[in-house]
Write a protein that binds this ligand. Structure first.
Ligand code: MG
Length: 324
Protein backbone atom coordinates (compact mmCIF):
# COMPACT_ATOMS: atom_id res chain seq x y z
CA UNK A 1 0.00 0.00 0.00
CA UNK A 2 2.81 2.32 0.96
CA UNK A 3 4.69 1.52 -2.26
CA UNK A 4 1.57 2.12 -4.31
CA UNK A 5 1.05 5.53 -2.72
CA UNK A 6 4.66 6.46 -3.49
CA UNK A 7 4.29 5.36 -7.09
CA UNK A 8 1.13 7.39 -7.47
CA UNK A 9 2.89 10.45 -6.13
CA UNK A 10 5.70 9.98 -8.64
CA UNK A 11 3.26 9.55 -11.46
CA UNK A 12 1.39 12.66 -10.38
CA UNK A 13 4.62 14.65 -10.30
CA UNK A 14 5.60 13.39 -13.75
CA UNK A 15 2.19 14.27 -15.17
CA UNK A 16 2.43 17.74 -13.63
CA UNK A 17 5.89 18.29 -15.13
CA UNK A 18 4.74 17.07 -18.53
CA UNK A 19 1.81 19.51 -18.38
CA UNK A 20 4.24 22.31 -17.48
CA UNK A 21 6.41 21.51 -20.49
CA UNK A 22 3.43 21.23 -22.85
CA UNK A 23 2.14 24.63 -21.71
CA UNK A 24 5.71 25.94 -21.94
CA UNK A 25 5.95 24.94 -25.61
CA UNK A 26 2.68 26.61 -26.61
CA UNK A 27 3.06 29.75 -24.46
CA UNK A 28 6.82 29.94 -25.13
CA UNK A 29 6.25 30.02 -28.87
CA UNK A 30 3.67 32.80 -28.57
CA UNK A 31 5.98 34.78 -26.30
CA UNK A 32 8.84 34.45 -28.79
CA UNK A 33 6.60 35.54 -31.64
CA UNK A 34 5.42 38.68 -29.81
CA UNK A 35 8.92 39.44 -28.53
CA UNK A 36 10.49 39.16 -31.97
CA UNK A 37 7.81 40.85 -34.07
CA UNK A 38 8.97 44.47 -33.57
CA UNK A 39 12.51 43.48 -34.66
CA UNK A 40 11.55 41.69 -37.88
CA UNK A 41 13.93 42.37 -40.79
CA UNK A 42 16.29 44.21 -38.44
CA UNK A 43 20.04 43.56 -38.11
CA UNK A 44 21.60 41.02 -35.75
CA UNK A 45 22.05 42.30 -32.19
CA UNK A 46 19.23 44.89 -32.31
CA UNK A 47 17.42 43.37 -29.34
CA UNK A 48 20.34 43.33 -26.90
CA UNK A 49 21.42 46.77 -28.10
CA UNK A 50 18.03 48.07 -26.97
CA UNK A 51 17.78 45.86 -23.86
CA UNK A 52 21.39 45.31 -22.76
CA UNK A 53 20.62 44.05 -19.25
CA UNK A 54 18.71 40.75 -19.12
CA UNK A 55 15.76 40.80 -16.75
CA UNK A 56 15.38 44.55 -16.53
CA UNK A 57 11.97 44.60 -18.24
CA UNK A 58 10.20 46.47 -21.02
CA UNK A 59 11.27 43.95 -23.68
CA UNK A 60 7.70 43.25 -24.80
CA UNK A 61 7.82 46.63 -26.47
CA UNK A 62 5.69 46.53 -29.62
CA UNK A 63 6.52 48.45 -32.78
CA UNK A 64 6.52 47.94 -36.53
CA UNK A 65 2.72 47.86 -36.51
CA UNK A 66 2.47 45.48 -33.55
CA UNK A 67 1.10 46.34 -30.12
CA UNK A 68 3.19 45.35 -27.11
CA UNK A 69 2.55 41.65 -26.50
CA UNK A 70 0.66 41.13 -29.75
CA UNK A 71 1.32 37.77 -31.40
CA UNK A 72 1.54 37.50 -35.19
CA UNK A 73 0.53 34.95 -37.82
CA UNK A 74 2.92 32.35 -36.34
CA UNK A 75 0.85 32.03 -33.17
CA UNK A 76 -2.48 32.68 -34.86
CA UNK A 77 -1.94 29.70 -37.16
CA UNK A 78 -0.61 27.57 -34.29
CA UNK A 79 -3.82 28.25 -32.35
CA UNK A 80 -5.98 27.43 -35.39
CA UNK A 81 -4.11 24.15 -35.81
CA UNK A 82 -4.37 23.35 -32.11
CA UNK A 83 -8.10 24.03 -31.97
CA UNK A 84 -8.70 21.87 -35.03
CA UNK A 85 -6.68 19.01 -33.51
CA UNK A 86 -8.65 19.22 -30.26
CA UNK A 87 -12.10 19.64 -31.78
CA UNK A 88 -11.60 16.99 -34.48
CA UNK A 89 -9.88 14.54 -32.13
CA UNK A 90 -6.75 14.47 -34.31
CA UNK A 91 -5.55 15.59 -37.71
CA UNK A 92 -8.42 16.45 -40.06
CA UNK A 93 -6.57 18.17 -42.93
CA UNK A 94 -9.70 19.39 -44.74
CA UNK A 95 -11.01 21.00 -41.53
CA UNK A 96 -7.69 22.65 -40.73
CA UNK A 97 -7.24 23.92 -44.28
CA UNK A 98 -10.73 25.47 -44.13
CA UNK A 99 -9.85 27.18 -40.82
CA UNK A 100 -6.64 28.56 -42.36
CA UNK A 101 -8.65 29.81 -45.36
CA UNK A 102 -11.22 31.60 -43.16
CA UNK A 103 -8.36 33.24 -41.30
CA UNK A 104 -6.54 34.27 -44.49
CA UNK A 105 -9.75 35.74 -45.92
CA UNK A 106 -10.18 37.93 -42.81
CA UNK A 107 -7.01 39.86 -43.70
CA UNK A 108 -4.61 39.14 -40.83
CA UNK A 109 -1.99 41.87 -40.30
CA UNK A 110 0.70 39.49 -41.55
CA UNK A 111 0.66 36.31 -43.60
CA UNK A 112 3.49 34.50 -45.39
CA UNK A 113 3.51 35.07 -49.16
CA UNK A 114 3.61 31.38 -49.91
CA UNK A 115 0.92 30.55 -47.34
CA UNK A 116 -1.34 33.26 -48.76
CA UNK A 117 -0.89 31.96 -52.32
CA UNK A 118 -1.79 28.42 -51.30
CA UNK A 119 -4.80 29.40 -49.16
CA UNK A 120 -6.30 31.64 -51.84
CA UNK A 121 -5.56 29.78 -55.10
CA UNK A 122 -8.99 28.15 -55.13
CA UNK A 123 -7.73 24.56 -55.16
CA UNK A 124 -8.83 21.92 -52.62
CA UNK A 125 -6.72 21.18 -49.54
CA UNK A 126 -5.03 18.13 -51.04
CA UNK A 127 -3.87 19.94 -54.21
CA UNK A 128 -3.34 23.60 -53.35
CA UNK A 129 0.18 23.40 -51.90
CA UNK A 130 1.45 20.73 -54.30
CA UNK A 131 0.28 22.81 -57.27
CA UNK A 132 1.94 25.93 -55.86
CA UNK A 133 5.22 24.03 -55.47
CA UNK A 134 4.94 22.51 -58.95
CA UNK A 135 4.53 25.96 -60.53
CA UNK A 136 7.02 27.96 -58.42
CA UNK A 137 9.56 25.32 -57.39
CA UNK A 138 9.99 27.30 -54.17
CA UNK A 139 8.21 26.18 -51.03
CA UNK A 140 10.76 25.70 -48.27
CA UNK A 141 9.93 28.79 -46.22
CA UNK A 142 9.64 28.55 -42.44
CA UNK A 143 5.86 29.11 -42.55
CA UNK A 144 4.91 25.57 -41.58
CA UNK A 145 7.65 25.34 -38.92
CA UNK A 146 6.52 28.54 -37.19
CA UNK A 147 3.03 27.22 -36.36
CA UNK A 148 4.04 23.76 -35.05
CA UNK A 149 4.03 24.31 -31.26
CA UNK A 150 0.49 23.01 -30.81
CA UNK A 151 0.79 20.02 -33.15
CA UNK A 152 4.13 19.09 -31.57
CA UNK A 153 2.40 18.92 -28.17
CA UNK A 154 -0.58 16.98 -29.55
CA UNK A 155 1.52 14.30 -31.24
CA UNK A 156 4.15 14.07 -28.49
CA UNK A 157 1.97 11.36 -26.93
CA UNK A 158 2.72 9.15 -29.97
CA UNK A 159 5.96 7.46 -31.00
CA UNK A 160 8.73 9.04 -33.07
CA UNK A 161 7.56 7.84 -36.48
CA UNK A 162 3.96 8.92 -35.84
CA UNK A 163 4.74 12.45 -34.64
CA UNK A 164 7.22 13.02 -37.49
CA UNK A 165 4.70 11.77 -40.04
CA UNK A 166 1.95 14.02 -38.64
CA UNK A 167 4.36 16.95 -38.93
CA UNK A 168 4.93 16.19 -42.61
CA UNK A 169 1.20 16.03 -43.32
CA UNK A 170 0.54 19.30 -41.47
CA UNK A 171 3.37 21.05 -43.29
CA UNK A 172 2.20 19.77 -46.69
CA UNK A 173 -1.10 21.65 -46.28
CA UNK A 174 0.69 24.89 -47.22
CA UNK A 175 4.26 23.88 -48.11
CA UNK A 176 4.58 21.55 -51.08
CA UNK A 177 8.35 21.14 -50.72
CA UNK A 178 8.98 18.02 -48.63
CA UNK A 179 12.09 19.72 -47.19
CA UNK A 180 9.82 22.04 -45.18
CA UNK A 181 8.01 19.05 -43.72
CA UNK A 182 11.29 17.45 -42.63
CA UNK A 183 12.10 20.53 -40.55
CA UNK A 184 8.71 20.38 -38.84
CA UNK A 185 9.23 16.64 -38.28
CA UNK A 186 12.52 17.31 -36.48
CA UNK A 187 10.88 19.99 -34.32
CA UNK A 188 8.02 17.63 -33.42
CA UNK A 189 10.49 14.94 -32.37
CA UNK A 190 12.57 17.31 -30.22
CA UNK A 191 9.42 18.50 -28.43
CA UNK A 192 8.38 14.88 -27.88
CA UNK A 193 11.74 14.19 -26.23
CA UNK A 194 11.44 17.28 -24.05
CA UNK A 195 7.91 16.48 -22.91
CA UNK A 196 9.12 13.01 -21.94
CA UNK A 197 11.55 14.80 -19.62
CA UNK A 198 14.63 14.39 -21.78
CA UNK A 199 17.09 16.84 -23.30
CA UNK A 200 15.78 17.76 -26.76
CA UNK A 201 19.36 18.19 -28.02
CA UNK A 202 20.14 14.60 -27.08
CA UNK A 203 17.29 13.53 -29.38
CA UNK A 204 18.84 15.25 -32.41
CA UNK A 205 20.91 12.33 -33.81
CA UNK A 206 17.93 9.95 -33.81
CA UNK A 207 15.67 12.64 -35.26
CA UNK A 208 18.16 13.24 -38.06
CA UNK A 209 18.34 9.54 -38.85
CA UNK A 210 14.55 9.66 -39.36
CA UNK A 211 14.73 12.57 -41.81
CA UNK A 212 14.19 11.74 -45.50
CA UNK A 213 17.56 10.81 -47.03
CA UNK A 214 17.38 13.63 -49.61
CA UNK A 215 16.98 16.23 -46.84
CA UNK A 216 19.31 14.74 -44.23
CA UNK A 217 22.61 16.32 -45.20
CA UNK A 218 21.25 19.85 -45.25
CA UNK A 219 19.60 19.48 -41.84
CA UNK A 220 22.67 17.75 -40.40
CA UNK A 221 24.70 20.83 -41.39
CA UNK A 222 22.49 23.44 -39.66
CA UNK A 223 21.85 21.25 -36.60
CA UNK A 224 25.51 20.38 -35.99
CA UNK A 225 26.96 21.52 -32.62
CA UNK A 226 29.44 23.89 -34.26
CA UNK A 227 26.93 25.64 -36.52
CA UNK A 228 26.23 29.36 -35.97
CA UNK A 229 23.54 31.56 -37.57
CA UNK A 230 26.35 33.51 -39.27
CA UNK A 231 27.00 30.42 -41.38
CA UNK A 232 23.50 30.37 -42.90
CA UNK A 233 23.60 30.15 -46.69
CA UNK A 234 20.16 31.73 -47.10
CA UNK A 235 17.86 34.20 -45.28
CA UNK A 236 16.41 32.76 -42.08
CA UNK A 237 12.91 32.94 -43.58
CA UNK A 238 13.92 29.58 -45.10
CA UNK A 239 13.25 26.48 -43.04
CA UNK A 240 16.87 25.24 -42.60
CA UNK A 241 18.56 28.29 -41.02
CA UNK A 242 15.37 29.02 -39.06
CA UNK A 243 15.41 25.62 -37.35
CA UNK A 244 19.20 25.72 -37.10
CA UNK A 245 19.08 29.12 -35.38
CA UNK A 246 16.43 27.96 -32.90
CA UNK A 247 18.46 24.88 -31.95
CA UNK A 248 21.61 27.01 -31.74
CA UNK A 249 19.82 29.46 -29.40
CA UNK A 250 18.76 26.59 -27.14
CA UNK A 251 22.19 24.93 -27.22
CA UNK A 252 24.25 28.02 -26.42
CA UNK A 253 22.17 29.34 -23.51
CA UNK A 254 21.00 28.04 -20.14
CA UNK A 255 17.54 29.52 -19.62
CA UNK A 256 14.31 30.32 -21.45
CA UNK A 257 14.99 34.04 -21.26
CA UNK A 258 18.55 33.82 -22.59
CA UNK A 259 17.51 31.46 -25.41
CA UNK A 260 14.85 33.94 -26.55
CA UNK A 261 17.24 36.89 -26.34
CA UNK A 262 19.70 35.00 -28.55
CA UNK A 263 16.91 34.11 -30.99
CA UNK A 264 15.65 37.67 -31.48
CA UNK A 265 19.25 38.85 -31.75
CA UNK A 266 19.81 36.77 -34.88
CA UNK A 267 17.92 39.46 -36.82
CA UNK A 268 15.93 38.88 -40.02
CA UNK A 269 12.78 36.82 -39.48
CA UNK A 270 12.98 37.43 -35.75
CA UNK A 271 9.38 36.63 -34.80
CA UNK A 272 9.55 33.20 -36.38
CA UNK A 273 13.06 32.27 -35.21
CA UNK A 274 11.97 33.29 -31.70
CA UNK A 275 8.62 31.44 -32.01
CA UNK A 276 10.45 28.22 -32.90
CA UNK A 277 13.03 28.82 -30.18
CA UNK A 278 10.21 29.46 -27.72
CA UNK A 279 8.60 26.14 -28.67
CA UNK A 280 11.85 24.30 -27.88
CA UNK A 281 12.91 26.31 -24.84
CA UNK A 282 9.38 26.26 -23.40
CA UNK A 283 9.24 22.48 -23.78
CA UNK A 284 12.72 22.16 -22.26
CA UNK A 285 12.33 24.51 -19.28
CA UNK A 286 8.56 24.51 -18.72
CA UNK A 287 5.95 27.22 -18.26
CA UNK A 288 7.35 28.41 -14.90
CA UNK A 289 10.62 29.40 -16.58
CA UNK A 290 8.89 31.94 -18.83
CA UNK A 291 9.07 35.42 -17.29
CA UNK A 292 5.64 36.62 -16.13
CA UNK A 293 6.41 40.08 -17.51
CA UNK A 294 6.44 38.41 -20.96
CA UNK A 295 3.26 36.35 -20.55
CA UNK A 296 1.11 39.05 -18.89
CA UNK A 297 0.87 41.39 -21.92
CA UNK A 298 0.49 38.51 -24.40
CA UNK A 299 -2.54 38.64 -26.68
CA UNK A 300 -3.38 36.56 -29.75
CA UNK A 301 -6.02 38.10 -32.04
CA UNK A 302 -7.71 35.55 -34.31
CA UNK A 303 -8.98 37.16 -37.51
CA UNK A 304 -11.94 35.27 -38.96
CA UNK A 305 -12.93 33.83 -35.57
CA UNK A 306 -15.56 36.31 -34.43
CA UNK A 307 -13.17 38.83 -32.92
CA UNK A 308 -11.69 36.41 -30.39
CA UNK A 309 -8.44 37.44 -28.66
CA UNK A 310 -6.63 34.77 -26.66
CA UNK A 311 -4.62 35.50 -23.52
CA UNK A 312 -2.05 33.36 -21.74
CA UNK A 313 -4.69 31.45 -19.73
CA UNK A 314 -6.40 30.46 -22.99
CA UNK A 315 -3.10 29.20 -24.42
CA UNK A 316 -2.44 27.16 -21.27
CA UNK A 317 -5.92 25.66 -21.54
CA UNK A 318 -5.34 24.77 -25.19
CA UNK A 319 -1.99 23.16 -24.34
CA UNK A 320 -3.63 21.06 -21.60
CA UNK A 321 -6.28 19.79 -24.02
CA UNK A 322 -3.63 19.00 -26.65
CA UNK A 323 -1.41 17.16 -24.16
CA UNK A 324 -4.37 14.94 -23.31
MG1 MG B 1 4.97 36.29 -38.04
Amino acid sequence: MKAMTAMTATQARKARERGQRAAGAVVGSAVGDALGAPFEFGPPGAFSARFPVPGSGGEMCGGGGWDAGEATDDTQMAVLAGESLVERGGLDPADLFARFQRWAAAEPKDIGLQTEDVLTNGLPWDRAAAEHFRVTGRAAGNGSLMRASTSAVRFARDRRAATMDAARRLSALTHGDPAAGEGVAVLHELVRAALDGGDPLAALPEALRSVRPDSRERYAAVLAPGWHPDRATEFNGAVWPCLGSAVWALRTTGSFEDALRAAVDTGGDTDTVAAVTGTLAGARYGLDAIPARWTAPLRVPLPGSGGRVLRVADLIGLARRLAG
